[in-house]
Structure formats: C-alpha cells, structure tokens
Write a protein that binds this ligand. Sequence first.
Ligand code: MN
Ligand code: MN
Length: 297
Amino acid sequence: MEPLEALREAGRIASKVRDTTLAEIEPGMKVEYICDLVNKRVDELGGRMAFPCNVDIDHVAAHYCAPINDKTVIPERSLVKLDVGVHIDGYIADTAKTVCFDTELEYLVEAAEAGLEAAIQTIRPNINANDVGAAIEEAIKRKGARPIRNLTGHKLARYVLHASGGSIPNVREFHGHTIREGDVYAIEPFAVPRTADGLVADGPPSNIYRMEKKRNVKGTAKKMQKFIQAEYKTLPFASRWVMRKFNTPEGAAAFQELLHAKSINSYPQLIERTHAKVAQAEHSVIVTEDGCEVTTA
Ligand code: MN
Ligand code: MN
C-alpha cells in the first residue's frame, strides 16, 4: 500500500473504532473491557495498534490503560477520554474523543472540539506551529475553558508516534517550527475549567511501556524481549498484551527483569495538577497544498 493510502486506511479504522466504542461506554463499565474491545475491533478491521488504547478518566489527561485483571470502572458523572491509535505498515492514525456523564461539564468537551476545529481550519504549509496553537487557545477560551499548556500535538512519522521537532502547541507560543506540505500531525487540544492550573504533572506509572534498548538478559526475559521488539518495534505497548502471551509466574518475573535491566520503560500517567476534569479532542491530519486532510474524521 502507498504511504498516503496506508495513512488514510489507518485513519478510517481508528475513527470507526473510536466512535463505535465511545458510544457504548457507560458508568459501571470496566476499563479493561473497553481496552480489549478496541483491540478486537482494530484487529477485525485489519489494522494494528499504534499504542495501547487510553481510557483516561476525569483529571487523568493521558496515558491510562488497563493492566491485566484491572478492576477500574467508569465512574458516575465522569469525563472519559478514549484515545485510539492504529497503524498500517507503520503509518499511524492517532485520534481521541471525550464522553461526558455530567451535563455541567459538557462545555469542556465542546471547548476541546472547538479548539481542534480551529486548528484544522488554520493549519497549512508555511505557517508557524505557533499560529495553530494561538487558534486553539482562542477557540477554547471562547467556550469559557482553558487549554492545558504543557501538552501538545505531535508530528507522526513511520513507526514513530512522537517525531522530533514537530510539536503543535495548544496555546500561543513563540518558538515554533514551520509547517510543511506533506507533514503528518496529530493535533490534540485538552480543555479544563478556567479556574484550573491548565498544567499536567507526572502521575503514577502507566501500564504503557516502550522498548528502551536491547539488553543482555537470559531465559524467559530474553524470549520476551525478542517478542516485544518483533511485535511492537518502536511503538508503545501494554503490559496486558505481553502478560497474556507470557501468562505464567516466570512471565511476570521476566517482565520485572526487563524493567530493572532498563530494556523497557514505562510512561507516567499525566495528571492535571489541580485535579481538574479534562476533556480532549484529537485528529490526525496530512498537510496539503492549501490546508489539511483529516484522516480520522
Ligand atoms: Mn492520542
Ligand atoms: Mn497524540
């Protein structure tokens, strides 16, 4: 498949899985069930997971995914972000939407969506990424909310979820790069109430990992390391995926061994500092001659 076609196909799958799954989420539902449902649907549609599906509840802005046998359930009156990543042959689509079970917080969802829409209308070749950030900030503020300013959108490259030198800020910044035709970006505004800090801090370790470096380990750990490298390459993966493949006490010990040997590393959960509830909206776009093509619409 041509790169452009692969990006579009990944986008179609991610968008379909995001919408069908989000529509089914309700209070009381297990997060592990939601994560598994996303995996199953991506698989059925012929995609691969570009990262473990995130189910981020309330003040958790990003990076929560279910560990194996997770007991976490969707709370009443919560804001739930479903963030789905799909790749075809390494070409990535990254997209998220928020479902709100508290009518008083619906404006946060609208604010994040408005920020994303403003970014899509603004982005085009030869403008600065700062201009996109400014458009996002203004649109979110018009809805009576504020953006999280230390989370950004990011450039997508083949098998690279966060390509270097390509962030898209969610506020007006001053040191941005120039947008080029053919660039692929994930744009992702986050909205919080005006009274919140609008900053995330590192929280507890997530259940999302990445390969750090191949280490000299033996036995089950060696097998596990080989499996991770072959299966996920440079992309993030869930402990749940690996533990189902190595579902024995030796498997659990081998996973710990890889962590201690710094063969693999975990991402922290990203928590809003004032514990404000967070809404998110995200699309992946290809920059075209006069604007952009949204692959995850
Ligand atoms: Mn995402
Ligand atoms: Mn993203």
